[in-house]
Design a protein around this ligand. Sequence first.
Ligand SMILES: NC(=O)c1ccc[n+]([C@@H]2O[C@H](COP(=O)([O-])OP(=O)(O)OC[C@H]3O[C@@H](n4cnc5c(N)ncnc54)[C@H](O)[C@@H]3O)[C@@H](O)[C@H]2O)c1
Length: 351
Amino acid sequence: MNKKVLVTGGTGYIGSHICLKLFELGFDVYIIDSFINSSHLNIANLKLINTQKKKNFNNKIHIIQGDIRDKSFLEKLFIGIAKKNKRFYSVIHMAGLKSVTESTFNPLSYWDVNVNGTINLLDVMSKFDCKTIIFSSSATIYGKSKKKFLSEDLPIKPCNTYGETKATIEKILSNLFFSDLGKWRICNLRYFNPAGADPSGLIGEKFCLNPNNLFPYLNLVAGGKKKFLKIYGNDWPTRDGTAIRDYVHINDLAFGHILAMNYLSSNKSQILNLNLGTGNGNTVLEVLKTFQKVNNCEIKYVFKERRIGDVTSLVADNSNLKKLFNWSPCISLSDMCRHSWNWFIKNKSTL
Ligand SMILES: NC(=O)c1ccc[n+]([C@@H]2O[C@H](COP(=O)([O-])OP(=O)(O)OC[C@H]3O[C@@H](n4cnc5c(N)ncnc54)[C@H](O)[C@@H]3O)[C@@H](O)[C@H]2O)c1
């Protein structure tokens, strides 16, 4: 019997890569997604993969449209599974809103979707005695820090609404864990900067013309959809004056979830907070130059003033994740750049 995993937000950027891995590993994958920020390509291609591979695999990807704020929808799904005398092996909770900038202008939506949605999900999981969850948290919860490597024991001091919702969810998960000792298995994975795409070019990050992240921007400029990349600050105390971030390939990140899920299921009840990043930082200019080189393209850029709230460097201390799961990143910055561009050129006509 295949194990069943529920992935909320599973047609999104990170979720689709996790679902693909779960499917390849033989899990029955149940995705719930409102499709509010899904790439229709991801949806279509996950369905395609499902139908093409169904003949050889006896597991399936189920895509169910619905909103995590709708408790009766969640209950119906869990009732359906229980009626078949089955249960979810684990929940990977990715559904949520993720723009730092948007969260500042539209805080109520962020609290509603991220926090209320999670409370609904946890309530229904609890009712159906499904108590293993991996939560998509973020390095944003650390706020500003002067440390070279961010470790999990740093104070939680988010400096924007998005980060506050993530920190609040971690707090709720902690309260829940201690309210029902010995029952819950929880892992908060604090992502650094997910980048790249599956090498197939079938799934990737939804295109938008004003992305917040560096990689989508590089694609847009290299692909002629934007004139130049704006680099905020050339006077940071770094190797070349531009800010340093920890970019982790989306498939390395996805694999971290599989390891977390298996670790939780085969160990005693516990709550873990783990950084998911490579532990290596790259400056904006280093990423830009690598992107140009491996993809043989030109990216024009201009320097702008530093943005309020930005910091010099955000790099993970990932020693806990490495020690516990024996995880280490396998995919290089060059491949992140290649795979990101491959996704873009294969699908840019849909922009
Ligand atoms: N991408 C990043 O840089 C990053 C970094 C740290 C943490 N995260 C977190 O990881 C998770 C996934 O991020 P992503 O980059 O794949 O984002 P994404 O927007 O591509 O995926 C999120 C998915 O959730 C769905 N969704 C949103 N609201 C929903 C709701 N109310 N009910 C059901 N589905 C809903 C969206 O349609 C989307 O498919 C998010 O929780 C995000 O906050 C992302």
